[in-house]
Design a protein around this ligand. Structure first.
Ligand SMILES: C[S@@+](CC[C@H](N)C(=O)[O-])C[C@H]1O[C@@H](n2cnc3c(N)ncnc32)[C@H](O)[C@@H]1O
Length: 287
């Protein structure tokens, strides 16, 4: 498993009965987590006095209950700063387990010794975009939601990356990739974190089981003739690491290199165990 264990401003304190207790900077949140099917005793005091608790509803969705939580606050990972706003669904605006992927490709970008162009698809609030830009890449950031792109720009400004070479695009990822192929544009690194289900700005439907393989095939056409990496992340149960390896290997085999996929996870302070959070598939060049 790849573990995001370099956080200082974030930690999973404990997990029990379908929920996780997390520290985000100075604030404690309790949020649902479908992986947590164990009912270990809740000895940590934070369970009784969190600053925010997202209650699931039996009908699906749920709602937040807040106790002394600001509308917005920030946390840092290495040199990056992220604004947190836990209001839409159970999300805070950041998936901290992704830090293991940020570290992996940042090192590749730094060590490349040449200008690197990165494409970040389904880019959300920009965690991967900022990490790649901080490492020195020119980044194209694509997301269907204008609000998310705005939030990612705020995170870039907070991270001192306002003037970094980042292209911000509100677009449907499939349409964008098809257009880039026609334009003859190429990228040395491609990152994608597609949702299980999503919609483009014009209602274009994304359903991961139907869309992911053709999409990987399309996106692979955008790799430059000296590609560095190709990263696919998924939170969809069923897209196991071996499935990701299969999908990526099928399309990138002709390039040589190496594919490895693993679950990604976060350390849990109370138990000393690791909370599984999804899976990533990584292709890297071997020159
Ligand atoms: C990062 S992904 C998945 C995040 C999270 N792990 C989850 O499973 O919900 C979510 C992002 O994909 C974007 N998105 C969904 N469908 C899209 C599409 N067809 N084209 C571009 N972006 C899309 C959403 O706006 C959102 O920012």
């Amino acid at each position: 498993m790849w573990i995001a264990d370099q956080w200082k401003d974030y930690e999973v304190i404990d997990t029990s009965k379908g929920e996780k207790l997390e520290r985000w900077g100075n604030y404690l949140l309790v949020r649902p987590d479908p992986q947590v099917i164990w009912d270990t005793p809740r000895v940590q005091a934070g369970w009784r006095h969190p600053n925010g608790h997202y209650h699931r509803s039996a009908k699906g969705g749920g709602e937040w209950e807040f106790f002394d939580l600001p509308q917005q606050w920030s946390i840092q990972y290495r040199e990056l700063t992220f604004h947190l706003k836990p209001f839409s669904f159970k999300h805070t605006g950041l998936f901290p387990e992704q830090a293991t992927n940020w570290d992996w490709f940042s090192e590749k970008i730094r060590n490349a010794g040449r200008p690197i162009r990165v494409l970040n698809l389904f880019a959300y609030t920009g965690g991967a975009t900022l990490a790649a830009a901080k490492a020195g890449a020119a980044v194209t950031h694509v997301d269907a939601s204008k609000g998310m792109v705005g939030w990612a720009k705020e995170n870039a400004a907070a991270s001192g990356l306002s003037d970094a070479p980042i292209r911000w695009l509100v677009d449907d990822c499939t349409k964008f990739v098809e257009r880039e192929i026609r334009r003859g544009n190429h990228y040395d690194g491609i990152i994608m974190d597609p949702p299980s289900y999503g919609r483009g700005p014009k209602g274009e439907i994304w359903k991961i089981e139907d869309s992911i393989h053709p999409f990987i095939r399309l996106a692979a056409q955008l790799l430059s003739d000296q590609p560095l990496f190709f990263l696919v992340n998924s939170y969809t149960t069923g897209l196991a690491p071996a499935v990701l390896t299969y999908l990526i290997s099928t399309e990138l085999r002709k390039l040589g290199g190496h594919v490895e996929s693993q679950e990604i996870g976060l350390p849990v302070r109370e138990s000393g165990l690791v909370l599984p959070c999804g899976a990533s598939g990584r292709w890297e060049a071997r020159y």
